[in-house]
Design a protein around this ligand. Structure first.
Ligand SMILES: Cc1cc2nc3c(=O)[nH]c(=O)nc-3n(C[C@H](O)[C@H](O)[C@H](O)COP(=O)(O)OP(=O)(O)OC[C@H]3O[C@@H](n4cnc5c(N)ncnc54)[C@H](O)[C@@H]3O)c2cc1C
Length: 552
């Protein structure tokens, strides 16, 4: 396969040479660096590459060029190279234009000239852009292959696990794809063997458990040490931030995550309010970067295990894993977040995983190509899902119980929802029943004012209706409110919880009623339920862990 292309566009020969030279010296081994000296020439190059089916990873264009500006050229280039990352080289005076282009043409980044030294000012930006591009355009030769039934909940779980752990895979529907039938025949599968998972090395996996799958893919499923300084339960933004700070500050640190790192944020198609990312970033990209950071500092991650219990053993804290096994640590951070509430409508439970889904990942969005999709919910998560699904679906219907979105969804998302031609918002409506033989085929919708019901055909229902904390594993000593959210810090000292805090010193800010057990992120009572606040609490909890460790 030929190398993907990085195209530079600049009418100034000196600058053109300099950017191509700097990019070539760092990326030349993996990418072909091509130079153009005008917008028109660049579009010609892109057309030729498109006709030869050659990939373009990045276009770096100067803004100030005669005849066609960089922004005008990049906008036109979407036709020939729709997936390329766009970098604009600007002078300080063009900063406003560049910021506007982030919204108008989806510009990925702008860089002020000059970019010396490139090690500090150019390469980190390009590394990020190419990293994102590679994840979105993986080399398919080493993909895992999954053969299964489109409507099987086990197939859904396997695909979700692979997608959320960033393992590229190709999906073959046993009923529709000849290649799926061929592979299934070669492996002599019976219906009970599905989904069949074929990995590059090793035997075919027949309807594997998540743990078997993780093991076959080389993902870590066991802790390495008998005792850690810090064990973090949950690998969402709070847990990942705690691991980065813990490991980087010299604590032996392990995260236990039952599904995939990233938590709820990993399911977000575009987080637009996280500081430092004016164009927004996909939750999967944020996760990927955070995981790399955890490993870089020597943190460990144990995947595919749920923590099911917690024990205090003198100065040691222990978390108990499902199946067998436990991890001991001198301090523990509970960062288990929240999970979606269940929809109460007849037929929903039987069809969950077979057309009815809680939350959504990007891979589901692309499978809805050309279909009608229904989404229940009125908060940002539902809005983001609607916008993301609308790129593939024929029509997206957002079902909202209230009469407005204003109080529950951010303004920028409401604007996106309203301006999408194929998204319809149905206010004062709810799902009262789901029907289907083996998979979802129809929904019954009710108008909450008139009571009138209507059955609509659809194979896809995505539910985003609020969340409850995952804290059952904590046991009775850890004080929680009536919904299960963990009480921390000064809130433990109110009369309602008199006698529950066992020490003479006051609890640290994020400390629970068990000294040495901290809570961070959405799982904590009165947390803000945002990525940035979860990250902040994760980082802060490590500072408090240090203070706690100094007391024992
Ligand atoms: C679709 C969607 C879009 C969103 N968009 C935005 C946005 O644009 N901006 C924003 O600021 N916020 C957004 N949010 C909210 C944001 O993602 C959350 O506030 C944030 O992820 C909370 O982080 P957390 O680490 O506290 O918990 P979570 O993200 O919930 O992570 C908890 C982790 O713990 C794991 N876990 C749970 N129980 C166990 C157990 N017993 N054993 C082992 N592991 C366990 C889970 O698998 C999960 O990975 C969005 C949420 C969703 C669902």
């Amino acid at each position: 396969m030929s190398k993907p292309t990085i195209l530079t566009v600049d009418d100034d020969p000196m600058v053109s040479l300099a950017i191509s030279r700097d990019l070539g010296s760092r990326y030349g081994a993996e990418y072909r660096i091509v130079r153009a000296t005008s917008g028109a020439q660049a579009l010609g190059v892109l057309t030729r590459l498109a006709l030869r089916n050659q990939l373009v990873a990045l276009i770096a264009a100067d803004q100030r060029m005669p005849e066609m500006t960089g922004i005008e050229m990049l906008e036109l280039a979407r036709i020939q190279a729709p997936n390329a990352k766009h970098l604009l080289l600007t002078a300080y005076a063009d900063t406003d234009v560049a910021i506007k282009a982030i919204n108008d043409i989806g510009l990925d980044y702008y860089l002020l000239k000059p970019w010396d030294p490139p090690e500090e000012r150019l390469y980190p930006v390009i590394d990020d852009l190419l990293g994102d591009w590679r994840r979105a355009n993986p080399d398919h030769t080493s993909d895992v292959r999954v053969v299964g039934n489109r409507w099987s909940d086990r197939s859904y779980e396997v695909k979700t696990f692979l997608a959320r752990n960033h393992v590229p895979y190709r999906w073959y529907d046993i009923e529709r794809d000849a290649e799926g039938q061929r592979l299934s025949g070669l492996a002599h599968t019976t219906p009970a063997d599905l989904p069949l998972v074929l990995v590059a090395e090793g035997e075919p996996l027949r309807s594997p458990s998540t743990l078997d799958l993780a093991g076959a893919l080389g993902l870590r499923t066991k802790a390495e040490q008998p005792l850690y300084d810090l064990c973090i339960v949950g690998g969402g933004p709070a847990g990942l931030a705690a691991a980065v700070y813990g490991a980087s500050e010299g604590l032996s640190t392990v995260i236990v995550e039952r599904e995939a790192p990233g938590g709820q944020a990993g399911q977000s198609a575009a987080i637009e309010n996280y500081l430092g990312f004016p164009k927004g970033l996909a939750g999967s990209d944020l996760t990927q970067r955070a995981v790399a950071q955890v490993f870089r500092f020597g943190g460990e991650m144990v995947l595919a295990h749920s923590v099911v219990g917690f024990e205090t053993r003198g100065p040691v804290r222990a978390v108990l894993l499902d199946g067998t096994g436990e991890i001991e640590a001198r301090a523990v951070i509970a960062a288990t977040g929240v999970s979606y509430r269940r929809l109460s409508a007849s037929g929903v439970d039987e069809l969950t995983g077979r057309g009815v889904y809680y939350g959504a990942t990007a891979s589901e969005a692309s499978q809805c190509q050309g279909d009608d999709v229904y989404i229940v919910g009125a908060a940002n998560s539902a809005g983001q899902a609607a916008v993301s699904m609308a790129r593939f679906a024929r029509r997206v219907v957002l079902l909202v119980r209230a009469a407005t979105l204003e109080t529950t969804m951010s303004r920028y998302l409401i604007e996106k929802v309203m301006s999408a031609a194929n998204i319809e918002v149905r206010y004062r409506s709810e799902v009262v029943a789901c029907r289907g033989d083996g998979h979802l085929e129809a929904l019954t919708l009710a108008d909450r004012d008139s009571g009138v019901t209507e059955e609509v055909s659809s194979s896809w229902l995505f539910v985003f209706i609020g969340a409850s904390p995952r804290t059952d594993w904590l046991g009775p000593d850890v004080v929680r409110d009536d919904k299960g959210f963990v009480i921390t810090g000064q809130d433990l000292l109110v009369p309602a919880y008199a006698g529950r805090w066992p020490l003479t010193r006051a609890p640290f800010a994020l400390e629970t009623s068990v000294p040495g057990l901290f809570a961070a992120g959405d799982v904590r009572l009165d947390s803000m339920k945002r990525v940035a606040s979860a990250v902040g609490e994760g980082a802060m909890s490590v500072y408090l862990v240090h203070r706690y460790l100094a007391t024992i």
